[in-house]
Design a protein around this ligand. Structure first.
Ligand code: GLN
Length: 525
């Protein structure tokens, strides 16, 4: 059986618990341990797939086609393991399972209640990820004190009793505000949230203090005293410029040693692989500037995997990547003059589409490296049809169901689908790359697997006319029926893909399309 780390949060949400969990997990992996991470989300959506990115940031798609919380993206970027559907459990999923079982008569006449039926289901789902692991890290979403979090906290409390306290470590993430007028760090919110946690029956073993600044020894001592945690287990987690610095902060304070020894494993002195990554991010002499043209630019988490993948492409090329956020609803051409490349990411709905189309025209005509992802690729087709084939009313039927030129159309199997949750073309699908194309060269292999999340696709009726005018369909589904990747022949780098390459990019395995895109941006400088 595995050892368990439960990460809870206090005071505020958005403290970066996901990055903290992923960072600790990666340090444990560096110790040679087999680690898995799971996220528990207390909201009632069965999965975040139907939520607006404004609500919850990006929806991260796993290999097995689950639409999950963006923290799973951090987990995949930090540890050597692919996440799956079972790595994200929402209250909606838990209640759905329990109510379905009740309707099937599965509770044999019992009154179905939060305790024990909901908590038992939570415990069952937590145990689903432990196979073959030394340590499982479970991040409990939400904040201690929320009504919604209670069943989850109760379930993990019960698990700590069942496993034995020595097999479990509770890490509580809190916020230590710096009050400028007083010139002081304040520990009171931390004291209160730990008190709240204890009232539920959970005594934390480690306190992770998120703060704008480093937590000095004196403050650590105070927090240790009030929360009954050893001072060495009060960890300072100041704001970091790059998320990949976080494991290094933890390692400096010997958090990895504390956890490894607490579980009775042998601690090894190893140099963290994150050092090299952070070094390039911070001190690479050159910089490329990439315009990210999207409608959710006011909430940068909406494009988390894309922005991380761009950084990874930068790391591979030894350059820093500066992202220029361009709001597609207020598009101004001059904003693109200064950048080295343009990226139009995925998206849903018509808002901001015109701005994205104009940015694509700019990239195509001025021969700037241009990368279209999912909706970005679909708009490359609309733009090409309108401006090159002169089909001025060409569109996607997502935006104009009656367009005379539906160059992007709903997939046959998507027609008539009424239920929106989990019904898109989701997860990993194979794609065959055409020999002699740029994309085939970039990947260095013929058959690739990439993750999808869309309902619409390129309309094959237009393939021939597109090809006649210089568009190359360089990646197709293996039987040839779906366009997965396209590129422009007479352009240094104009590539669109129907899938989301950003979900597979990691700092240590940068995605080839992002590496090549950044390299093209660099060449064009
Ligand atoms: N809205 C488009 C579709 O459903 C693109 C989706 C996306 O960019 N992920 O096909």
């Amino acid at each position: 059986m595995a050892y368990y780390i439960f990460v809870t949060g206090g005071v505020l949400s958005s403290l970066g618990k996901g990055v903290a969990s992923a960072s600790l997990a990666s340090l444990l992996e560096e110790q040679g341990l087999k680690v898995n991470i799971q996220k528990l989300d207390p909201y009632l959506n069965v999965d975040p797939g139907t939520m607006s990115p404004y609500q919850h940031g990006e929806v991260y798609v796993t290999e097995d086609g689950a639409e999950t919380d963006l923290d799973l993206g951090h987990y995949e970027r930090f540890i050597n393991r692919n996440m799956a559907k079972k790595n994200n459990v929402t209250a909606g999923r838990v209640y759905y399972n329990v109510i379905r079982r009740e309707r099937e008569g599965g509770y044999l006449g019992a009154t179905v209640q939060v305790i024990p039926h909901i908590t038992d289901e939570i415990k069952r789902l937590i145990r689903e990820v432990e196979d073959g692991c030394d340590v499982v890290l479970v991040e409990v979403g939400g904040t201690v004190g929320d009504i919604e979090s209670l069943p989850f906290l109760e379930a993990v409390r019960q698990l700590s009793m069942e496993f034995g306290r020595e097999r479990v470590l509770f890490v509580h993430t809190t916020y230590v505000p710096f009050v400028k007028t007083a010139g002081e760090l304040k520990t009171k919110p931390t004291q209160h949230s730990v008190k709240e946690l204890r009232a539920i029956g959970i005594q934390p073993d480690v306190i992770l203090c998120r703060s704008e600044v480093e937590i000095p020894e004196g403050i650590k001592e105070k927090i240790a005293l009030f929360t009954s945690v050893k001072k060495s287990a009060v960890i300072s987690a100041p704001d970091a410029e790059f998320i990949y610095e976080v494991p290094l902060h933890f390692k400096e304070q010997k958090l990895d040693r504390l956890v490894v020894q607490r579980f009775g494993f042998e601690y090894k002195e190893v140099e963290s692989k994150w050092k090299g990554i952070v070094h390039v991010l911070k001190s690479a002499p050159r910089e490329v500037r990439v315009a990210l043209v999207g409608k959710y630019v006011s909430l940068k988490d909406s494009y988390k995997s894309v922005t991380e993948a761009l950084l990874h492409g930068g790391i591979a090329n030894g350059v820093r990547v500066k992202i220029e956020w361009i709001n597609s609803e207020h598009y101004r051409e001059s904003a693109l003059d200064e950048v080295n490349g343009i990226l139009v990411p995925g998206g849903f709905g018509e808002r901001g589409v015109e701005g994205k189309l104009r940015a694509l025209t700019y990239g195509r005509e001025r021969k700037k490296p241009t990368f279209g992802i999912c909706l970005g690729m679909q708009l490359m087709c609309v733009e090409f049809a309108r401006e090159v084939l002169c089909l001025k009313e060409a569109n996607s039927t997502e935006f104009d169901p009656n367009t005379p030129h539906p160059v992007i159309d709903i997939m046959e199997e998507q027609k008539g689908i009424r239920e929106l949750g989990g019904t898109m073309r989701l997860g990993s699908y194979p794609c065959r790359l055409v020999p002699g194309t740029k994309v085939r060269e970039i990947y260095g292999q013929e058959l690739i697997q990439e993750r999808h999340r869309h309902r619409y696709e390129f309309n094959n009726r237009y393939r021939e006319s597109f090809e006649r005018f210089g568009m190359v369909f360089s990646g197709l589904s293996p039987e040839g029926s779906l366009v997965e990747v396209l590129e422009l022949r007479e352009h240094p780098w104009y590539i669109g893909c129907q899938f989301h390459p950003e979900f597979r990019s990691k700092p240590f395995q940068p995605h080839p399309l992002f590496v090549s895109f950044i390299s093209a941006c660099l060449e064009g400088q």
